[in-house]
Design a protein around this ligand. Structure first.
Ligand code: FO1
Length: 326
């Protein structure tokens, strides 16, 4: 069984840990394999280094070397170089780069400058560990999320790179839109369209629908591949009982005029029958009351526990998603 997952950062990592746990369970098809198509629109150039937050969060989590409290960076990392960069006013004082994390970005940047495609860079960085999941960047082209602000910042800027909006301002500055700048001329990484076309099941991880799943769909060819694949496409709600599980998806959804509810996000993606993406949608048991409405709108839905407290618990919701797909 081939499973392909579209994922962002922290929520995507937790989901993939559960999916890997589910696959390793002997009762599942031993020949099964797992491919993740990962958001690259959070990526940025900083201090001359190419930083790829969602790919790194997922790589470090699957490798078991991630900082589980922060949700990004390496466990037990030091910040010596970060302090030196701050002393020289290089990079961003409010964006912490750990020493081990910087080493990954130095290696990535060195390979990119040699012309190595990002997908190969990701494979090389992950090869140090047994990730158990093939990671594919949505694109190897630079297509970064730019946040358009309702009011300019104090220094007169009307738009910010996603990372400045997210980390420096904690998504507190009202946004009017999210633009994936460069997406229109970006191409899916090698293997992405095939991973969607050849899948037996495609899953949308419970990642931020606006700034993690959305930018993947913005890469030309990906939305079309999802709509034409023979594989059922099943999503997992990132919203439970009207609240985001983690992060600030509510600020993103509000900015685009979508309610922060499990069913509003499903309708944002739409049913495949009505021109959207979904063949199914999992909501938490707290949101069981929205299931009938979704089914009536052509989106088969089920209510199961969605809290991803640990890989074995998450494996149960992966199992439910695959069951809904079949
Ligand atoms: N998030 C923060 O809230 N503060 C930081 O200083 C920070 C640094 C950082 C460095 C490298 C990296 O890969 C991620 C980092 N993040 C930080 C998280 C990042 O903003 C998020 O992981 C995503 O971009 C949103 O999913």
């Amino acid at each position: 069984m081939k499973i392909t997952v579209l994922a962002g950062g922290v929520g995507g990592a937790r989901f993939l840990l559960g999916a890997r746990h589910w696959l390793r369970d002997a009762s599942v098809d031993p020949a099964a394999d797992l491919t993740a198509i990962v958001n690259t629109a959070d990526d940025l150039w900083l201090a001359g280094l190419r930083i790829t937050p969602d790919l790194d969060t997922i790589t470090y989590a699957l490798a078991g070397v991630n900082d589980t409290s922060r949700g990004w960076g390496r466990a037990g990392d030091s910040e010596v170089v970060n302090g030196e960069l701050a002393a020289w006013g290089v990079a961003w004082p409010w964006f912490t780069l750990g020493d081990l994390d910087i080493a990954a970005s130095v290696a990535r940047t060195a390979w990119l400058r040699e012309g190595v495609p990002l997908a190969e860079v990701v494979a090389r960085l992950g090869a140090r560990w047994e990730l158990g999941v093939r990671l594919l960047p949505a694109t190897g082209d630079e297509a970064e999320t730019i946040v358009h602000l309702a009011q300019p910042t104090d220094d007169g800027r009307g738009e910010l790179h996603f990372q400045e909006w997210w980390v420096r301002y904690r998504a507190a500055l009202p946004a009017t839109s999210f633009e994936v700048r460069g997406a229109e001329v970006a191409h899916p990484s090698d293997g992405v369209l095939e991973a969607i076309r050849d899948a037996d099941v495609v899953l949308l991880a419970p990642s931020n629908p606006v700034v993690s799943i959305g930018p993947i769909l913005a890469i030309p060819g990906i939305r079309e591949a999802l709509r034409s694949t023979a594989a059922p496409v099943v999503g997992v709600s990132p919203i439970i009982a009207g609240s985001v599980v983690r992060g600030m998806a509510d600020a993103c959804l509000t900015a685009i005029g979508v309610a922060t509810t499990a069913d509003a996000v499903a309708r944002l993606h739409g049913s495949r029958a009505a021109g959207g993406l979904l063949d199914g949608w999992l909501v938490d048991t707290a949101d069981a009351d929205v299931v009938d409405g979704l089914v009536a709108d052509g989106i088969p839905a089920r209510a199961v526990p969605l809290w991803m407290t640990d890989p074995s618990t998450t494996a149960q919701l992966v199992d439910a998603a695959v069951a809904l797909a079949s």
